[in-house]
Structures are given as C-alpha cells and as structure tokens.
Design a protein around this ligand. Structure first.
Ligand SMILES: Cc1cc2nc3c(=O)[nH]c(=O)nc-3n(C[C@H](O)[C@H](O)[C@H](O)COP(=O)(O)OP(=O)(O)OC[C@H]3O[C@@H](n4cnc5c(N)ncnc54)[C@H](O)[C@@H]3O)c2cc1C
Length: 155
C-alpha cells in the first residue's frame, strides 16, 4: 500500500523562546525553509537537494555536511507516530526513549510519522565558494578543509 502524505504539510506551531517548531511530516524541504524564515528561524543543516518530504528525509537519515552538524534525524525533539494498530501518539526522548530513538530513522517500519517537532536555529547567511580543482589536492586537503569550513564537499 502506498500512502501519499502530499496534503499533510505546513508548520503547526512555533515556539520563539525554545526555537522548537512543529511541522507536518509531508512538508517538502523546499517549503520548510521559507516557512521558518518567516519566523527568523532556519534548519541548522541540510542535504544537497530539497525535494524530499521531512518525513522521508528523517526516515532515511538524510544528512548534509559539516563536522559540527547533524543530519535531520538529530534535529528532531519529538514526533507523532501513527502505528499499524491505529494509535496516534507523540513520542519523545523523555517518555519513550527507545521508540523515539528508533522512530527517528525507521524507513516507515514503525508506522507513519505524521508530525515532527524540530529544534531550529536563528536564520543565517551562508557564503558559498564553488570551483574546479585537481582531485589529488581535493583529497589531500579534505580533512583540513572540513575543519576550516562549516561545510565542505566535492563531486
Ligand atoms: C538527487 C538526490 C540527492 C540527494 N542528496 C542527499 C544528500 O545530500 N544527503 C542525503 O543524506 N541524502 C540525499 N538523498 C537521499 C534522499 O534524501 C532520501 O532518498 C529521502 O528519503 C527522500 O525523501 P522522500 O520524501 O522522497 O522519501 P521516500 O522516498 O518517499 O521515502 C523514503 C523512506 O522513508 C519512509 N517514509 C517517508 N515518509 C515517511 C513518513 N512520513 N513516516 C514514516 N516513514 C516515511 C518510506 O517508507 C521509505 O522507506 C538524495 C536523493 C536524491 C534523489
């Protein structure tokens, strides 16, 4: 059975003090950034594309780059899970730590994530530098450049 969460999108709550937000799981990542920016907030990190849903990105442990950053799953502070027996419940580290840890990267195996609480950060600007370089130099300097920059990657 294929479940289409396309209509399950948008922010449902914003706490300006903790910077925690609640987002419906079908929200595509390209819509999440602008919705957060309207509140002066942002995700701390993102992957290369923004076409995925939040639920899909979490469930597959989608990640970006950066030694000081996590993937999407570690930004989650709670999630709402619809299990196969029809139960709909909020799960977090304080109340159901094992289920919460597993559900953050679960490929849909534990049920359908319908809503997610995320820790966000104040909105910020990035300076991007992109260029071609010989592969030997890219490989030789990869570790040092990863330490010197918030984000570093090559193709
Ligand atoms: C061009 C391209 C670039 C990419 N770049 C990166 C990158 O930079 N970094 C990275 O880490 N990954 C990257 N990916 C991988 C991508 O982030 C994952 O494939 C992501 O899961 C796709 O999200 P989706 O919404 O399409 O999920 P789907 O493909 O629909 O689902 C993926 C899995 O998650 C489950 N799932 C989806 N929604 C829910 C939900 N609401 N509740 C429970 N389970 C759910 C599904 O059952 C399935 O098992 C890239 C993929 C592509 C095609």
């Amino acid at each position: 059975m294929q479940v289409d969460l396309g209509a399950l999108h948008g922010l449902t709550a914003v706490d300006p003090d903790t910077r925690r937000v609640r987002v419906r799981a079908g929200t595509p990542l390209h819509a999440l950034g602008p919705a957060l920016a309207a509140h002066g907030l942002a995700l701390a990190n993102m992957g290369d594309i923004d076409q995925q849903t939040l639920g899909g990105a979490l469930s597959t442990s989608t990640h970006g780059t950066g030694l000081g950053f996590t993937g999407y799953s570690a930004m989650v502070t709670a999630l709402r899970l619809l299990t196969a027996d029809g139960n709909l419940r909020w799960v977090d580290a304080a109340h159901e730590p094992e289920l919460f840890a597993a559900a953050r990267v679960s490929l849909g195996a534990l049920g359908v994530i319908t809503e997610v609480e995320l820790q966000t950060v104040p909105s910020f600007l990035l300076h991007a530098a992109e260029r071609s370089e010989p592969i030997d130099r890219v490989v030789a300097e990869f570790v040092q450049r990863s330490r010197d920059n918030d984000h570093h990657e090559f193709y």
